[in-house]
Write a protein that binds this ligand. Structure first.
Ligand code: SF4
Ligand code: SF4
Length: 310
């Protein structure tokens, strides 16, 4: 019987900046593949992710854990850098102790790792777009991975996975795709560097309450049937596949559970439009318009309040 080909190992370093660890919890609850399949088995045939550093789940602590991370950073193996939480640029000395006993500055360390990584995956809205920590008053100077990388001239490929938290499939399938086929080219990502295969359509396009929206049947209180536009639903502005994918192994998702979409996968979250539970501007809703040549064409909003990206 021929020998099984050797499994290729891909080291990963997972940093946690300013965030709540909810993205880690989401990924730990992944259904297919499971987190065990990702880090103990093969994430894709013949490909194994060696999670060398993760503050929540690693067994090692303190200086030993940091030394493993620094060893990966200094080695020759290409590694994947995952950032959870935004980068707190005005607070230093929070990344743990280095081998010399000195505390590591989080921003400096993120920058050094991002320079050497094969790719950076910014998981969750805080890492991808600043999210809640950067929403104000932002005393910690929280910034997204993209902002910090741009300020330091870092050209390492970056993939943003918006969501608060993101669906675990968005992370698992992104990692598996990178291992199997390499880094996605620019055409596979949208203008905010999100994979189009997860963030390619508006929530509003596939919402089961869309017939109510089109018929003008709106809920005026929580628990009522009807479209939740009047209750502040951000589905008309939010690009994500939640209606089709659903959470917890396809069991349910926000709107089926009776909550408006908060736009948690979007760049402006949590300040999308007038705020949570506040109705968005009717003038910016998706609509059909008469074009100059006399044909009807759909106008779909891109970033809040504009038609960019339509
Ligand atoms: S506004 Fe919200 S609840 Fe109404 S159809 Fe659009 S996504 Fe669904
Ligand atoms: S439906 Fe909206 S609020 Fe809910 S997870 Fe999806 S993007 Fe976030």
């Amino acid at each position: 019987m021929p020998d099984k080909p050797a499994t290729q190992e891909y080291p990963a370093i997972w940093l946690q900046g300013a965030g709540c660890s909810g993205c880690s919890v989401s990924v730990l609850n992944a259904v297919s593949p499971t987190i065990g399949q990702l880090i103990l088995d093969e994430a894709a045939p013949g490909k194994h992710v060696s999670l060398r550093f993760h503050p929540t789940v690693m067994a090692a602590t303190g200086r030993l854990a940091v030394e493993i991370m620094l060893g990966t950073e200094a080695g020759d193996e290409p590694f994947l850098l995952v950032l959870e939480g935004s980068v707190p640029t005005t607070i230093s000395e929070i990344a743990g102790s280095g081998p010399d006993g000195k505390e590591l500055d989080f921003t400096e360390h993120f920058v050094e790792l991002a320079k050497k990584a094969m790719a950076v995956v910014a998981i969750g809205d805080c890492a991808a777009f600043g999210g809640i920590p950067a929403s104000g008053p932002n005393l910690a100077g929280c910034k997204s991975a993209r902002e910090v990388m741009a300020e330091h001239g870092i050209a390492t490929p970056l993939i943003n996975l918006g969501g608060c938290p993101p669906h675990p499939d968005w992370f698992m399938q992104t990692v598996a795709t990178v291992l199997l086929y390499g880094l996605p080219d620019a055409s596979a990502l949208d203008a905010d560097l999100r994979p189009k295969w997860f963030y390619g359509a508006l929530i509003h396009e596939h919402c089961p309450r869309r017939p109510d929206f089109d018929a003008g049947k709106f809920a005026t209180a929580f628990g009522e049937p009807g479209c939740m536009y009047e209750l502040g639903c951000k589905g008309p502005y939010t690009y994500a596949d939640c209606p089709r994918r659903k959470f917890n192994g396809g069991v349910n998702w926000c709107i089926d559970a009776g909550s408006p979409c908060h736009g948690c996968a979007e760049t402006e979250f949590p300040n999308l439009g007038p705020g949570l539970y506040r109705k968005i501007d009717a003038g910016s809703l998706p609509r059909i318009e008469l074009t100059a040549d006399g044909t009807l064409a759909p106008v779909v909003p891109g970033p809040y309040g504009s038609t960019e990206g339509a």
